[in-house]
Design a protein around this ligand. Structure first.
Ligand code: MG
Length: 241
């Protein structure tokens, strides 16, 4: 019998892509408005969004990794990408700081649960211990959990950036098992990332549920659903609901 449900946050409970894209468009407009001489605002925003997800050239990785201070890292990205987008001249530290804050504030404002998710969590919480396990730096994850008031909707949340290891490592799943006081066979983990969520759960002996909106072929997860609100169907199949 399932007693605890572990849940990823980004792209599982919350529509992170939507918030990112809206913030990126906002950033493009902000750069156009404040640096009207440029015609590379769009290119800059694209690069910045990739950059904050650490999708960087090996050259930039060598220059910037390991990232010890996320805020300084992002400010440096802004300087670098302004230079790379040739049409834009160099900017001051204050301007880089303002651009970073503008993107962060707008992204946070747009960050929210998927439709129907809060109601589902409320219902499930009557029967299960709910624990969110989210990877990522405290810099970006803490404001997000505060924005959606996550602690009101689940029993615990674990931010990978505060732990010795992130998903897919066993230690972070063990922490969740301990918090819920359950064994691995009494838990399921739900997430959209095969490498972090599904492989992580599988390696810890926890049943895995893949958020798979494109309905891609599923070879690794125990269950596959298109959206989080289909989770109760999985629990019914497991005779737990
Ligand atoms: Mg995710």
């Amino acid at each position: 019998m399932i007693k605890a449900i572990f849940l990823d946050m980004d792209e599982t409970l919350c529509d992170t892509t939507k918030a990112n894209l809206l913030a990126k468009d906002h950033l493009t407009q902000y750069v156009k408005d404040h640096f009207p001489s440029t015609d590379a605002a769009h290119e800059f925003s694209e690069k910045y969004l990739q950059g904050i997800y650490k999708n960087l050239s090996s050259e930039l990785e060598a220059q910037l990794f390991p990232v010890l201070d996320e805020e300084a890292f992002r400010t440096e990205l802004i300087h670098i990408f302004f230079k790379q987008c040739g049409a834009i001249s160099e900017i001051s530290d204050q301007h880089a700081h303002d651009i970073r804050k503008e993107y962060d504030a707008h992204r946070l404002q747009k960050f929210d649960f998927f439709s129907g998710c809060k109601k589902m969590l409320k219902d499930l919480r009557e029967k299960f211990t709910l624990i969110v396990i989210t990877n990522g730096p405290v810099y970006s994850q803490q404001p997000k959990v505060e924005r959606i008031q996550l602690s009101k909707h689940v029993d615990h949340f674990i931010i990978g950036g505060l732990e010795p290891e992130e998903k897919p490592q066993k230690s972070i799943f063990n922490k969740a098992l301990n918090l819920a006081s359950v064994d691995a066979h009494e838990a399921i983990h739900v997430g959209d990332s095969v490498s972090a969520d599904i492989i992580g759960a599988n390696n810890s002996g926890i049943k895995s549920v893949w958020i798979n909106p494109k309905q891609a072929k599923n070879e690794l997860a125990d269950f596959s659903i298109a959206v989080i609100t289909q989770l109760p169907d999985v629990l019914k199949k497991l005779n737990s609901l």
